[in-house]
Design a protein around this ligand. Structure first.
Ligand code: NAP
Length: 241
């Protein structure tokens, strides 16, 4: 049987770990060539090396429009077009809104919301000629913002509004825009959180019904939902986990 993504080119942001890395792997297994984009060079190159010659590591910061333009120039020079963009890169800083630092506020908005916008801007001309697809990775916290992650959830809310509007703006250019809303997933997402504060937050989320440890899913499960949408982009919203 022909691999479902044979001959297709995808770019996955936030591909040095977690859901992004698992998505790049699922796409490569499905036959695609995949550009893996993230900031940390070492894990990024390790992820790409593990996937072999179908994978191209591209170090870039989605929050920096100049860095994103350079990354897309590399992808365009290598492949000439793009079939799928997955906007997955994001950061979550654990803090109450009232105490959030200027730096953490800016980082989350620039990465989670503007980062997707920067990538979409550069990807559109490459996707257009291929009737391409954009997948935006959101979070169940949009429907239920966890205390301590409210700014993060709001950036995902903005990403969802962006998705709704883009569907109409890009329809005439033949580009479809999907939305995958993940629930709690076992990744490195909390790796920079202060351990004591993180313990307190997890205890509160469990007590208040935000988080059921039994329902934490694997990044591979989310990746398989993303792959399934790319293979059959019919639904407007995919919820996983
Ligand atoms: N884990 C969960 O429970 C959960 C639940 C719902 C939704 N999500 C969403 O799933 C997506 C993936 O998160 P994850 O759970 O897999 O966490 P993760 O393992 O921390 O992955 C996040 C990825 O984003 C990259 N990244 C962060 N800032 C970046 C920037 N400025 N430019 C480029 N890449 C950047 C990171 O790589 P570098 O640090 O190397 O740049 C990393 O590869 C995110 O959109 C997240 O909001 C996660």
């Amino acid at each position: 049987m022909k691999a479902p993504l044979a001959g297709r080119v995808a770019l996955v942001t936030g591909a040095s770990s977690g859901i992004g890395r698992a998505t790049a792997e699922a796409f490569v297994r499905a036959g695609a060539h995949v550009a893996l984009l993230a900031r940390r060079v070492e894990p990024l190159e390790a992820a790409a090396a593990a996937l072999g010659e179908q994978a191209l590591p591209v170090a870039a910061d989605v929050g920096d429009p100049v860095s994103v333009r350079r990354a897309f120039e590399v992808v365009s020079a290598r492949f000439g077009h793009l079939d799928v963009l997955v906007n997955n890169a994001a950061v979550g800083r654990l803090d109450a809104v009232a105490q959030a630092s200027d730096e953490d506020l800016r980082l989350q908005v620039e990465t989670n919301f503007l980062g997707a916008v920067h990538c979409i801007r550069c990807a559109t001309p490459l996707l257009e000629s291929r009737r391409g697809l954009i997948v935006n990775v959101s979070s169940d916290s949009v429907a239920r913002p966890y205390p301590g992650l409210v700014v993060y959830a709001a950036t995902k809310g903005a990403l969802e509004v962006l998705t709704l509007g883009l569907r109409r703006e890009l329809r005439d250019r033949g580009i479809r825009v999907g939305l995958v809303r993940a629930g709690p997933t076992a990744t490195e997402f909390a790796r920079e959180w202060d351990p004591e504060r993180a313990r307190g937050a997890f205890a509160r989320w469990r007590a208040e019904g935000d988080l059921d440890p039994e329902r934490v899913v694997s990044p591979e499960l989310v990746a398989s939902a993303i792959l399934a949408w790319v293979c059959e982009p019919t639904s407007d919203l995919v919820e996983v986990g």
